[in-house]
Design a protein. Structure first.
Lengths: 797, 115
């Protein structure tokens, strides 16, 4: 009130020597009522002079020279801009925002990665800032500074990384792109490498089972990647990168045209209120302040993300005669549209295209050369087309009641030569997810319910052309899955103290019959600083044999599938995988020596009831069979974060795990899984100068414990521990980066990875004789490429 | 394992060592500062990013600034001056029109409501 009075005073002075404009600002709510808006902001566009409406919605404003347009804004209403041609009265009626305008939120001093203590399902949020810390060409590499997600090596030949959560392969973690399940089926291992780091806005990590509204698949965890979209994309962002491994990359983000500087900056967060996106309510707070905003009546916004990368330099740093990193050329495009319609309706459409070609293997292997194509090599071509739409509707005047739909379709086509084997695979997938959210009695009880239909058609074949013995029959892994399902998720929220999310879903799988999925998430705040969360539930997954375990193709191992004597409709006699997962997370947030700090401790247990075991224990073979006995993974993690002085962050984490499976010859540690991992990340920024220039420093030291290597014929390693298997060495990894920011819109960075220059030299068994059955590059436990330097730039407009 | 533990321990100690060399006890003060938006919050906290101030946290909801500082390095009056310099009024001192002109268009707290 005081401010309004003050404002009026100033304006009456202004009005005295300039002609004025006055009028009334009304608001029309979604249920048709009109009322005057108190405290609406009225501002001349391009200037800093403005006023607010009084208790009756009236305003009076002076006219500065050159004034052309008057902007009207109010929280919960859509802004309006009116041209000024000398009128003395301008009345406007603002439409109630059909979209949920969240509170004003600012990043402030928040760290690049932080533990979430408010959402019962979510564990951690990694922001764009975190992703900039690594050379981070793609998502699978961005987890180097995350203790919950391990970045492992797929094999010694194709040079790809894959993630692991709770000691379980990436395939057991459900990946979502903007809340839509992605990286499924044939892309389960490589899928993350298809997502360039600069496309990513935030990554939401859920440990243990996730929400049932996105399906029954998250077994070890759920990672939701928020890609830049028309609401969050910069107007123009160019990123170029070059590393000494010969890798070059160009990324481009183009968002809707924004306003010019000097105009009023509104920091409401626009967001389509969709039941399938309940996470976002909490996530709104991470969005940056300077997000661009549209004031015009233009309610269709588009964004384009483009990525091109190539590497044509043949390198062999570890001297085994094989390429360290594959030669590749990738193109990825994503085009997304947001339509904010009237009356609570909003829609989003996204189109994706990817084209990926890789060559790896012996140093001189060349698939197009008649002689050199005889060498052992891998040559793959992948093309993916994907379209997804989301439609959300919020009932007028009832922001808690909404309807949403997610529909997506995918075609994935992959051809590859892997030494003496040929692989061809096609996946056609479609998914429809309808969600309805509302409340029961009051706002403390809410629910989301809906229907899902998933269609997956896999046609993939693996043919062996092994020159000496041919006991690998050509395998055809054709399978069609049609899975309708229903779900109901109930949320109880008792103030800010306690939240409970209980979900049930029932799916009817055409091959594996009914699948029942119960899940529970609970969060309790003991006090302002301390929160405890509990997670428990069941998850399922159908195996996609070849691509799930594509590392096995980087060898001459014979594949022996030994399913149950079949009911013929079952996929090669192999089971659907089923696991139960439970966990407890303790979080403390507070001040240590007057500076913000957080501590999180968690423990998780995952037990497989049914699993398809991929057994590398016999040299020269991969045995695949249904689990007979136990398979489990237990893990514990401590993570400490502290900012001892301004602009300096320290993060330390340690995680322990025990992942064991019953193989043909006994219960053993899962191969190539390290029991311990610890890292420290230090980040420092200098104070921003008046012109926006700034230095940023970042360094990570990481220790990875030894890993079990299954019995290999020519093991030179002497530390025999268990019969017939050996242990790798433990190793240290150091990476560092320096960034210089020129005037906020241009950043240059220089960095190095694997600065300890640690390499695995005998990563490929029988590298000297690739035609031997024992030739094997599938057992990689560390990097094959030594010290790596890179430079890059980010340019934003 | 052991090696990693020692490393973590050393880092913890070294990090806490250099932030602990306080020979006088820091003071925490809370007072009213003008501000209407998130940009204000950012600017206010940035204005206090200076020697002697350990922590500054501005709550937009109630306009309360909580600041922890070392009295040997900076006084509370100087903190108010810093805020005025950045264009923000505090409960003890009001900034000049020239200083007020420095705040961003959306931060014109004398004209605008909280948004």
């Amino acid at each position: 009130m005081r401010i309004i009075f003050l404002a009026e005073l100033i304006l009456s002075v202004l009005a005295a020597h300039a002609q004025g404009v006055s009028g009334t600002v009304l608001g029309r709510t979604n249920d048709g009522k009109e009322e005057s808006i108190i405290g609406a902001v009225v501002l001349w566009e391009g200037t800093r002079s403005g006023t607010v409406t009084d208790a009756s919605g009236n305003y009076r404003i002076g006219v500065p020279p050159g004034a052309k347009q008057l902007i009207f804004q109010s929280i919960n209403f859509v802004s309006d801009t009116i041209a000024y041609n000398g009128q003395t009265t301008i009345d406007v009626t603002l439409r109630e925002a059909t979209i949920d305008m969240g509170a004003v939120n600012i990043e402030g001093e928040r760290s690049a990665t932080f533990i979430n203590s408010r959402d019962p399902q979510l564990f951690q949020v990694m922001s764009e800032k975190e992703l900039c810390k690594a050379a981070c060409c793609n998502l699978s590499e961005s987890f180097e500074t995350n203790a919950s997600v391990d970045a492992a090596y797929a094999d010694a030949i194709t040079g790809t990384r894959q993630i692991r959560m709770l000691g379980l392969e990436g395939k057991y973690t459900q990946m979502l792109f903007d809340n839509i399940p992605a990286v499924r089926g044939l892309s389960s291992t490589y899928g993350l490498t298809y997502v360039p780091g600069p496309w990513v806005k935030n990554i939401y990590v859920t440990k243990g089972v996730g929400s049932i509204t996105s399906g029954y698949e998250s077994m070890a965890g759920q990672i939701n990647v928020a890609l830049k979209n028309p609401d969050t994309a910069e107007r123009f962002h160019l990123n170029a990168y070059a590393g000494n491994g010969g890798r070059m990359e160009l990324n481009l983000v183009v968002g809707p045209n924004s306003e010019k500087e000097g105009e009023i900056e509104v920091v409401e967060e626009e967001h389509v209120h969709e039941p399938g996106e309940e996470h976002d309510h909490e996530h709104g707070e991470e969005h940056e302040h300077d997000e661009e905003h549209e004031h015009e009546h233009n309610h269709i916004k588009g964004s384009l993300l483009a990525h091109g990368a190539m590497s044509q330099l043949r390198t062999d740093m570890n001297g085994d005669g094989f390429l360290d990193n594959p030669l590749f050329s990738n193109i990825s495009l994503r085009n997304e549209w947001h339509i904010d319609g009237h009356n609570g309706l909003g829609a989003q459409v996204a189109l994706n295209y990817q084209n990926i070609n890789t060559v790896s293997g012996q140093l001189d292997y060349n698939p197009t050369d008649e002689v050199r194509s005889q060498l052992w090599g891998v040559n793959t071509q992948t093309r993916r087309y994907e379209a997804s739409t989301k439609v959300g509707y919020v009932f007028p005047g009832k922001p808690w009641k909404s309807f949403g739909s997610q529909v997506n379709a995918l075609y994935h086509d992959q051809d590859g030569e892997y030494g003496f084997q040929t692989y061809n695979g096609q996946q056609r997938s479609g998914r429809v997810n309808l969600l309805f959210a509302s409340r029961i009695l009051n706002e403390a009880n809410t629910f989301t319910t809906g229907f899902t239909y998933v269609f997956d058609d896999y046609r993939d074949t693996l043919t062996s052309n092994f020159p000496i013995i041919d006991n690998n029959p050509p395998f055809a892994f054709n399978r069609q899955e049609r899975v309708p399902g229903v779900f109901f998720e109930y949320t109880l929220k008792v103030e800010d103290k306690f939240t409970l999310v209980a979900g049930l879903r029932e799916d009817l799988h055409n091959i594996y019959g009914p699948l029942f999925t119960p899940r529970l998430h609970a969060r309790y705040s003991i006090n302002d600083h301390t929160t405890v969360k509990a997670v428990g539930g069941v998850g399922y997954r159908t195996p996609v044999l070849v691509m799930d375990n594509v590392g096995m193709l980087a060898s001459n191992r014979f594949i022996k599938i030994d399913g149950d004597p079949t009911p013929t409709d079952k996929y090669l006699g192999l089971d659907i995988e089923k696991s139960s997962n439970a966990g407890l997370i303790f979080t403390w947030k507070g001040d240590v020596l007057y500076r913000p700090a957080s501590l999180s401790i968690d423990g998780f247990i995952t037990t497989f009831e049914r699993q398809v075991v991929i057994d590398y224990e016999t040299p020269g073979y991969v045995n695949i069979y249904n689990l007979q006995g136990k398979s489990f993974s237990n893990s514990a993690q401590v993570e400490l974060q502290w900012s001892p002085v301004r602009r300096f962050d320290v993060r330390m984490a340690y995680r322990w795990l025990e992942a064991r499976t019953q193989y043909l010859d006994g219960l053993r540690d899962r191969p190539l899984v390290n029991r311990h991992r610890a890292f420290t990340n230090l980040a420092y920024e200098t104070r921003k100068k008046a012109n926006g220039s700034q230095w940023r420093f970042d360094a990570t030291v990481q220790w990875i414990s030894r890993k079990r290597i299954p019995f290999l014929i020519n093991n030179h390693n002497e530390h025999f521990d268990e019969p017939l298997s050996t242990w790798s060495d433990d190793y240290w990894q150091v990476m560092a980066q320096v960034t210089y920011v020129f005037k906020t819109n241009l950043e240059l960075y220089v960095g190095g990875e694997n600065l300890t220059n640690f390499m695995v030299h005998d990563a490929i068994i029988m590298a000297e004789d690739p035609s031997n059955q024992l030739f094997d590059g599938s057992m990689l436990w560390g990097p094959v490429f030594g010290r790596m330097g890179y430079v890059g730039l980010r340019w934003m407009l | 394992m052991k090696k990693a533990f020692i490393l973590l321990l050393t880092l913890t100690i070294s990090v806490s060592a250099f932030s602990q060399k306080t020979d006088n006890k820091p003071i925490t003060a809370t007072f009213w500062v003008a501000g209407v938006c998130g940009m204000c919050e950012k600017s206010i906290e940035a204005a206090l990013d200076t020697k002697g101030i350990l922590q500054a946290d501005f709550q937009l909801s109630n306009n309360q600034l909580t600041v922890t500082y070392k009295p040997s390095k900076i006084t509370e009056t100087q903190i108010h001056t810093l805020l005025n310099e950045a264009g923000y009024d505090t409960e003890k001192s009001t900034c000049t029109d020239e200083q007020y002109a420095r705040v961003h268009g959306c931060c014109k707290y004398r004209e605008l409501e909280k948004h």
